[in-house]
Write a protein that binds this ligand. Structure first.
Ligand code: ADP
Ligand code: ZN
Length: 744
């Protein structure tokens, strides 16, 4: 990545003054460069990645007008309110304005009093709005949620197609497209449709390190969803269901059980839907039960969990829907309840709607492929973070993410996985790669079916080789082998199992495979006592009581101003207040996310509350804050949402400086997981020394190499030390350096 010249100081000043951010994220910096240079760009960042700043900051820093195209009125309103709140002049042009409001906005635009105008594609293209904006000197058009332009995206909107005329309406303006959808096809489509001119294509890292992903077999959806909600009592969450009917049933059941749940789906009236959004945004409802229709219009950044009661339609949908969790960067949980039947249900739904819409056959085929990819993910045995970023074409370095069911050891390894895999693969070979999953399973289990007999497959050496295995498990394993690329499923209508070069490598014993036994029961014993707000979410040193007090205060302030609470301050800022306990405006202003305007508007109220609390409890105030995870979660902050009994045991052993091998032995966890826990332990409890785990001389070597190569990645240090120090040790030393404030 070529180093870009520094950004103009005025721009950084504007970001500090209005937004109160102390730094830009790497890709934001590059995206802002493109915007400042007036060069077309396509910016792909996951939800929560900070796309809006990429067009808002350059627009605020220069004269003239930036037009922002946005698909939903609620999104526009939110952004305009948010900008106004931090002192950036913005307006919107949409159908909800009264004639007088519209005239006022037009007048402001004409006399150059606003920097950003938000509008919808239809309004921009079909009315004379574009003429007014052009005449007012629009130099930039930012297209938000740009994937809506593509059939291949998960949220195609026909009105976005009309944006093909942007160039004609705004000749000479720079056009920037922003999306969280990363597939190649969608990207190409955006560039073509919007006519981007040799754009700077900037693609961010797709991993969301603060999210913990879990996939559980669905045994009792209501009970399982309740467990997730209970783990996050008092916090916000979204429960996605496949069908409207399921939404209604789930909402009713949750309400009956005493939860503040509200429904959302396309079958509701617009007023009812708006009401749901408002209740959720104002924190009067904690749980929204929704079909995929819900989400894009919601900007609540402190959603702490997303539960899927059934399989989503594609990995892009899943990424998008889970992306709504933890947009503020604090740890959040995503739980997907999966059953093999979901695939068939969704297939039927997809086929029906494709038929009704008269969709092209290749479109249906693509949809079915997406379903298939999603099902494979659900059954997969690889780290979820790795699988997700892998789907978007990115690599994942860590061996253990410490934040998914697989890596956290929620699942059990099948003993003798290699033997089981060899049996499955040789059975595929024996039936000459001419049968599908069901038949191969029948043969392996020694089933006495007509097809088996008529083909003489009961005579095969592989007949009945896996008699004892449950059918459901065998199916899972077959899919896991497919997921690991050592077995192939080919053919659309009747997919057959085929072998590839990797299959033969497994059969020769040259390639390792892993098979996991999905937990049939959710980990029931692991609920935190009392089910209170997951304090594990808050950074170490945060006073949970003060955090709660500040949240209440924020609700009061927000309701007085009739704005959603997150527009006052996001949770990250409140957590920083509860951690550093600033008592002067200066100290408060140093918290990332506190700009001049918010300090002036809300500072006194919050300072007073902090003062009162600290006087009452005697807690120290104005604690110097090491730079933290605001929006940029370091590895050590990948704190699991709850403390499982195993983790709890591991932490207790660490306090006695127990060796890694002992801890692994006593907890039954893998070495990799134990190492992750140790790193977390170090970052949370900050032990004075780590020599009990890593010898002093090794620590020294790693620390010296880290000075040269930084601590962003393990590999450069590993290589610099001639591969003599293992990754686990490097990981532990990095955690120690970070805990002492010496990490990068
Ligand atoms: P996206 O549109 O990509 O989903 P947002 O623009 O909503 O993301 O930003 C996500 C969150 O990150 C917001 O809470 C925002 O305030 C915060 N954020 C964005 N940029 C920064 C930054 N440079 N420093 C700190 N926080 C940031
Ligand atoms: Zn993982």
């Amino acid at each position: 990545m070529p180093a870009s010249p520094p950004l103009p100081p005025e721009l950084l000043g504007v970001v500090a003054r209005h937004w109160g951010f102390t730094s830009l994220r790497p890709l934001q910096e590059r995206a802002i460069h493109a915007a400042v240079a007036g060069r077309d760009s396509l910016v792909v960042l996951p939800t929560g990645g900070g796309k809006s700043l990429c067009y808002q900051a350059p627009a605020a820093a220069r004269t003239g007008l930036t037009v922002v195209v946005s698909p939903l009125i609620s999104l526009m309103k939110d952004q305009v309110d948010g900008l106004t709140r931090i002192g950036v002049a913005a307006a919107r042009l949409d159908s909800t304005l009264t004639a007088a409001e519209r005239a006022a906005a037009a007048e402001d635009i004409r006399r150059g009093a606003v920097r950003l105008v938000f509008t919808s594609p239809e309004r921009l293209v079909n009315t004379d709005v574009y003429r007014m904006l052009r005449d007012a000197g629009a130099h930039t058009v930012a297209v938000d949620e740009a994937h809506c332009v593509s059939h291949w995206g998960h949220d195609f909107r026909p009105e976005y197609r009309q944006l093909a005329r942007l160039r004609e309406f705004f000749p000479g303006a720079a056009v920037h497209a922003y999306t969280a959808t990363a597939t190649e096809q969608v990207r190409r489509d955006i560039i073509d449709q919007l006519g981007l001119n040799s754009p700077d294509i900037l693609i961010g890292n797709f991993d969301r390190p603060n999210l913990t992903y879990r996939v559980l077999p669905r045994v009792d959806s209501l009970g399982q969803v309740r467990e997730v909600i209970d783990r996050h009592r008092g916090d916000a969450g979204i429960v996605y269901c496949l069908r409207r009917r399921d939404v209604d049933d789930m909402t009713a059941a949750l309400k009956a059980a005493g939860y503040k749940a509200v429904p959302y789906h396309a079958g509701m009236t617009p007023e009812d839907r708006r009401r749901t959004q408002e209740l959720f945004a104002s924190e009067d409802a904690d749980v929204v039960v929704a079909t995929v229709a819900f989400g894009m219009g919601i900007d609540r950044s402190n959603v702490r969990f997303v539960a899927h009661a059934g399989m989503p339609k594609s990995i892009e949908h899943y990424q998008q829907e889970t992306g709504r969790a933890g947009r503020d960067g604090l740890p959040s949980e995503c739980v997907l309840l999966y059953s093999g039947a979901d695939f068939l249900t969704l297939k039927a739904i997809t086929e029906k709607s494709a038929q009704e819409a008269g969709a092209a056959p290749e479109y249906l085929a693509a949809s079915l492929r997406h379903l298939d990819d999603m099902a494979r993910y659900c059954r997969g045995a690889v780290c979820r973070h790795k699988a997700l970023v892998g789907y978007f074409g990115q690599g994942y370095e860590a061996d253990n993410c410490g934040a998914c069911d697989i890596c956290l050891g929620d699942t059990q390894e099948v003993p003798d996985a290699l033997v089981v895999a060899k049996k499955i693969l040789s059975c595929v070979a024996r039936v000459k790669e001419a049968f599908g999953i069901a038949h191969v399973i029948d043969v392996l289990r020694g089933a006495n079916t007509a097809t088996v007999r008529s083909r003489g497959h009961d005579q095969l050496s592989t007949y009945g080789l896996l008699k004892e295995a449950a059918k459901a498990d065998l199916r899972d394993w077959v899919y896991q082998l497919i997921g690991q690329g050592v077995l192939v499923q080919a053919g659309d209508e009747y997919p057959l199992l085929k072998l590839n070069a990797r299959s033969w490598a497994v059969m020769r014993g040259e390639l390792e495979v892993r098979l996991i036994q999905l937990a049939r029961q959710p980990a029931r014993g692991e609920r935190p006592e009392g089910g209170d707000r997951g304090t594990g979410v808050l950074p170490a040193g945060t006073d949970p009581e003060l955090f709660e007090i500040l949240r209440q205060l924020r609700r009061q302030v927000a309701s007085r101003l009739a704005v959603p609470p997150y527009q006052v301050f996001p949770d990250t800022v409140l957590a920083e207040f509860a951690r550093g306990r600033p008592t002067t405006p200066d100290a408060m202003r140093r918290v990332s996310g506190v700009g001049d305007r918010k300090l002036a508007d809300f500072g006194p109220t919050f300072l007073q509350a902090i003062n009162v609390h600290c006087l009452r409890t005697g807690l120290p105030t104005d604690v110097p804050l090491p730079p933290t995870a605001v929006g940029r979660v370091p590895a050590a902050a990948k704190v699991s949402v709850r403390m499982s009994p195993k983790k709890d045991l591991a932490f207790r052993l660490f306090r006695d400086e127990a060796a890694l091998a002992d801890v692994a032995h006593q907890t039954g966890l893998t070495r990799a997981t134990v190492t992750e826990y140790l790193a977390e332990f170090i970052s949370v409890e900050k032990p004075a020394s780590i020599f009990g785990w890593v010898p002093e001389d090794v620590c020294e070597r790693v620390a010296a190499a880290a000075e040269v190569h930084g601590t962003a990645r393990l590999k450069p240090v590993f290589l610099a030390l001639n591969e003599e120090v293992n990754y686990d040790d490097i990981r532990v030393v990095f955690a120690f350096l970070a805990a002492r404030g010496e990490g990068a």
